[in-house]
Design a protein around this ligand. Structure first.
Ligand SMILES: [Zn+2]
Length: 150
């Protein structure tokens, strides 16, 4: 009788976990659909800006790009928060151990160094002794030093 109750409990727990996972996936899909809908709305708005004023279109495109980058970063952070932290730590350690000698990471210290973001290509020039922070444009933590532009 006890075993039957334990089976029912484990079945119920498994069922709850499956429902929870399904709700999380549905929430993620809704979020992505929301982002797509937002992009479609922004595209329609961008079209009207182009007809009215080409200068406004440039501003709207810049705002759209910033907004989409923000949404992409938030979605990535959300997915990482749901992932197994140990697996993420191992990936991070692997990246740290196998990075190229010309690659720099946020929290490293550089001195009078020109570098660019490995993700978006944004250029930076460290004047004096500087501790690197994640890229201002995209949040990436990896940079490549520019050897020719000290
Ligand atoms: Zn970047």
């Amino acid at each position: 009788m006890v075993e039957i109750n334990q089976d029912k409990e484990s079945h119920s727990t498994l069922h709850e976990l499956r429902d929870g996972a399904r709700r999380d996936v549905e929430a993620l899909v809704e979020f992505e659909l929301g982002v797509e809908g937002l992009a479609e709305d922004k595209a329609a708005l961008l079209g009207s800006y182009i007809r009215e004023d080409i200068h406004s279109a440039g501003t709207a495109f810049s705002e759209l790009k910033t907004e989409l980058n923000f949404m992409e970063r938030r979605a990535g952070e959300w997915l990482l928060s749901a992932a197994d932290q140990t697996a993420i730590d191992w990936l991070w350690l692997d990246l740290c151990l196998h990075k190229d000698s010309g690659q720099l990471m946020a929290s490293e210290t550089v001195c009078d160094q020109a570098l660019h973001c490995l993700n978006c290509g944004a250029s930076y020039k460290a004047k004096g002794l500087v501790t690197l922070s994640p890229c201002d444009q995209c949040g990436t933590r990896f940079f490549q030093e520019d050897i020719n532009r000290h």
